[in-house]
Write a protein that binds this ligand. Structure first.
Ligand code: IPM
Ligand code: MG
Length: 358
């Protein structure tokens, strides 16, 4: 089959981890006779430097014209002082919104061989965990009305959290579809003891689940409690559904307890099969260009792309198995180093994964 992938290398470690992902795709392509073409699309800080904006209309159109988008990471201190609408992160928000990618799927699983990298207590880590955070991605405070104004006490700034019933319904369905294939237990995270938007969220999640997915047991958890439960007893979570802002925060926390943020992939999906796939970590400017980055999150994002956008289940499973095998053999990048192990660079780690694929 032929597939066209829009590739956003982005900034910082972006180009290094992109090269890893492309090398893995090419290895799978030659093994299975697939044909991938890549359209390298500028976005983020490098686009600001070249075109004065984080995402050009042309870049957006090229993403839309592709079968899927692979994004490494955007941003860095160089562009931190720019006003909000010109920051590199706007590129990400723009692609998400314009491609209608309302569902962000973030799996967080503790690989037993990385237990020593898990910062939790031994007894908690030994129980393991395997959860999927389903984060709403095109609504809430990220896209609500915001601004500055003069109030009684002088200058004020505001951001608004707004969710429509339809937005909550569709993300609930995505989460329920995932839960149906797993434990049929869904935890919805909100702040319904304070926020009206959360009360509507809660009502809607329950209505959709009860009427359309009667087999699923839904429980609610307040976001502050969820943040605590994630480190106290992560094994209790299977599928979690939450808003854009809460999902942003909780998914970083979930990633850290897997040992390293450098391990976790994500998929952003909409109503059709074109999705955007990206590691959940950022552009790590402090280690950019040093060949230190962990390519695993990006490589696993490719596996998600194969499975969820292209229906290439066998190829996806093979990539995941290759990553597992490499970790099992004790190969480590710096972020997940065991005492006494020699760290591998981004390139060497990628080569080990590719060896497993052959
Ligand atoms: C993420 C990131 C982004 C977000 C930033 C870079 C805008 O933190 O994908 O989690 O907040 O969504
Ligand atoms: Mg985040």
């Amino acid at each position: 089959m032929d597939y066209k992938i829009a590739v956003i290398e982005g900034d910082g470690i972006g180009p290094e981890i992109t090269a890893s992902a492309i090398a893995v795709i090419n290895a799978v392509a030659s093994k299975y006779n697939h044909n991938f073409t890549y359209d390298y699309v500028p976005a983020g800080g490098n686009s600001i430097d070249r075109y004065g904006v984080p995402l050009t209309e042309d870049a957006l159109q090229r993403c839309k014209a592709s079968d899927s988008v692979l994004l490494a990471a955007v941003g860095g201190p160089k562009w931190d002082a720019l006003p909000g609408h010109l920051r590199p992160e706007r590129a990400l928000l723009g692609v998400r919104k314009e491609l209608g990618l309302f569902a962000n799927i973030r799996p967080a699983k503790l690989n037993p061989v990385l237990k020593s990298a898990c910062p939790l207590k031994e007894e908690v880590a030994s129980r393991g965990f395997d959860m999927i955070i389903v984060r709403e991605l095109t609504g809430g405070m990220y896209y609500g009305e915001r601004g500055r104004r003069t109030g009684e006490g002088g200058e004020e700034a505001y951001d608004t959290e707004c969710y429509s019933v339809a937005e909550v319904e569709r993300i609930t369905r995505v989460a329920c579809d995932i839960a149906m294939k797993r434990s049929k237990h869904l935890i919805s995270v909100d702040k319904a003891n304070v926020l009206e938007s959360s009360r509507l969220w809660r009502e809607t999640v329950h209505r959709v689940a009860t009427t359309e997915y009667p087999e699923i047991a839904v429980s609610d958890m307040l976001v502050d409690n969820a943040a605590m439960q994630l480190i106290r007893n992560p094994a209790q979570f299977d599928v979690v559904v939450t808003s854009n802002m809460f999902g942003d925060i909780l998914s970083d926390e979930a990633s850290q307890i897997t040992g390293s943020i450098g391990l976790l992939p994500s998929a952003s999906l909409g109503a059709n099969t074109c999705g955007m796939y990206e590691p959940i970590h950022g552009s790590a400017p402090d280690i950019a260009g040093k060949d230190f980055a962990n390519p695993i999150a990006t490589i696993l994002s490719v596996a998600m792309m194969f499975r969820l956008s292209f229906g290439l289940e066998k190829e996806a499973a093979e990539i995941e198995a290759a990553v597992d095998a490499v970790l099992q053999k004790g190969y480590r990048t710096r972020d997940i180093l065991d005492n006494g192990t020699e760290p591998l660079g981004c390139k060497a780690m990628t080569e080990r994964v590719i060896e497993q694929l052959n």
